[in-house]
Design a protein around this ligand. Structure first.
Ligand SMILES: Nc1nc2c(c(=O)[nH]1)N[C@H]1C(S)=C(S)[C@@H](COP(=O)(O)OP(=O)(O)OC[C@H]3O[C@@H](n4cnc5c(N)ncnc54)[C@H](O)[C@@H]3O)O[C@H]1N2
Ligand code: MOO
Length: 415
């Protein structure tokens, strides 16, 4: 397989995504405090106005702005202070012309008032008379009834990933439970005769399982439920059974290792063999024009995405970013309009070469020097986990570029 022309990562991803037919994603009803970063399953319409009454944004005097028009230092207006408003209590009086009421920040405006004059702009003439030397316009220092949200307005749309402030808005409207899409369950299968659990002492030649931990963290961060299925020997039947079981009890399956050209690299063959049992598509691509991550496998079994990930830890993370995150998002019901990647523009600190026709994902760390953000490449093989530990993000060199020049502005996709 390794002398062919491969799909570019973007093309391979499109192929994979288009091969997953949309099925109804199941819904669960949760209390809003459990909904941070969850994907909302229905449009939410405001059942009431927010706020429900016009309220002051300052400490001062509620009055009718008309009574202040033309007020200046050399021709002040005089207004009678009729009453005082207290927090949380609706005023039971009405203001007439040339009347005001003392009001705290957040207090409810009485009928007859349309503005609030700040305390600092008022002179007390007597216990119940204020002198005003400037005018206020209608609605000045006031949040009007329904100004934040109008009753009947759609405030959140289906497929949105809920931010903390979205949950705050729901609370403000008294909505304490909502429907969200269930998180997809993503199984992780680690393969390799040399791989042992992180808790194991090592015999020479053995390697502790790094990838299932990295993947589990990334899956959780991006809205999936990781299920670590364990470490499986490079044995056809063992891995086949592990994948079959994972297909049965999860929405997506990741297999770490066994993607390249060695005699024990049988992931693609096993995916095709299981797919054959169910009449599924099997392997859609094996190999992409990508570094690191060239031997990546993308496939479908029983309408479930199955990814074979190169064993090298940095390749695993790059593959997650390119293939797994978008698939988890699709399986989560995330609306495509809100798929933003956190990124920053930085200046490349060094020249970096790349081969034509291949997309390179360069690990970089960021440093601020002389008011500029520099992206400094973390050099090292994709088998080194510390190349990721030291990095703050990834810079992509597209297939049509032969590298990046020092000083060039680049987008860094932040971890
Ligand atoms: N003849 C060729 N050999 C290789 C090619 C190639 O094109 N031709 N591609 C190389 C590239 S690029 C990569 S990436 C790796 C992919 O390897 P596999 O997916 O087959 O994975 P393994 O051979 O099982 O392991 C590779 C390496 O990674 C370590 N590993 C595996 N799993 C884990 C884990 N869960 N935690 C930590 N480390 C892991 C493993 O011990 C190996 O050292 O193939 C190249 N070879
Ligand atoms: O995908 Mo490999 O990581 O280029 O070493």
């Amino acid at each position: 397989m390794f002398n062919k022309t491969y799909l570019l990562p973007g093309e391979a991803l499109k192929y994979l995504l288009s091969s997953i037919t949309d099925k109804d994603i199941t819904i669960e009803r949760l209390r809003i405090e459990e909904c941070y970063n969850r994907i909302i399953a229905n449009d939410i319409t405001a059942p009431e106005d927010l706020p429900q009454f016009s309220r002051s944004t300052v400490d001062g005097y509620a009055l009718n702005s008309r009574d202040t028009f033309g007020a200046k230092e050399n021709s002040p207006a005089y207004i009678t202070v009729k009453n005082e408003i207290f927090m949380g209590i609706a005023p039971d009086f009405k203001l007439n012309a040339l009347e005001a009421a003392k009001i705290p920040t957040g207090g409810m405006l009485p009928e007859g008032a349309d503005a609030v004059l700040m305390l600092e702009h008022v002179q007390m003439i007597s216990e119940d008379m204020i002198e005003i030397m400037r005018s206020v316009s209608p609605n000045e220092n006031v949040i009007q009834k329904g100004e934040d949200i109008k009753k009947g307005e759609t405030i959140l749309t289906k497929g949105r990933k809920l931010m903390a402030q979205d949950i705050g808005a729901l609370a403000g409207l008294g909505i304490t439970e909502i429907d969200v899409f269930k998180k997809p369950i993503v199984s992780i299968i680690s393969t390799g005769d040399e791989i042992v659990p992180a808790s194991s002492p090592l015999k020479l030649g053995q390697v502790r399982d790094i990838n299932s931990f990295t993947l589990a963290g990334l899956i959780s961060e991006h809205g999936g439920i990781p299920v670590k299925k364990g470490i499986f020997k490079d044995d056809y039947d063992t891995i086949k059974n592990a994948i079959k079981e994972a297909i049965h009890d999860s929405d997506m399956v990741l297999i770490s290792g066994g993607t390249s050209a060695g005699t024990k690299d049988m992931t693609a063959q096993i995916i095709n063999d299981i797919a054959g049992i169910y009449g599924s598509a099997g392997v859609l691509f094996h190999g992409v024009s990508l570094k690191p991550g060239k031997p990546t496998i993308g496939g479908i079994i029983k309408n479930k995405p199955v990814l074979g990930l190169p064993g090298h830890p940095a390749a695993t993370v790059v593959c997650f970013d390119i293939f797994i995150r978008p698939v988890i998002e699709k399986l989560s019901g995330l609306n495509s309009e809100r798929k933003f990647i956190k990124s920053i523009i930085a200046k490349m600190a060094k020249n970096i070469a790349s081969a034509a026709g291949r997309e390179d994902h360069i690990r970089v760390y960021l440093e601020e020097r002389d008011g500029e953000i520099l992206a400094i490449p973390v050099l090292g093989k994709s088998g080194l986990i510390t190349t990721l530990v030291k990095a703050d993000g990834i810079v992509i060199i597209p297939q049509n570029k032969l590298g990046l020049d020092a000083g060039e502005r680049v987008i860094v996709r932040l971890f």
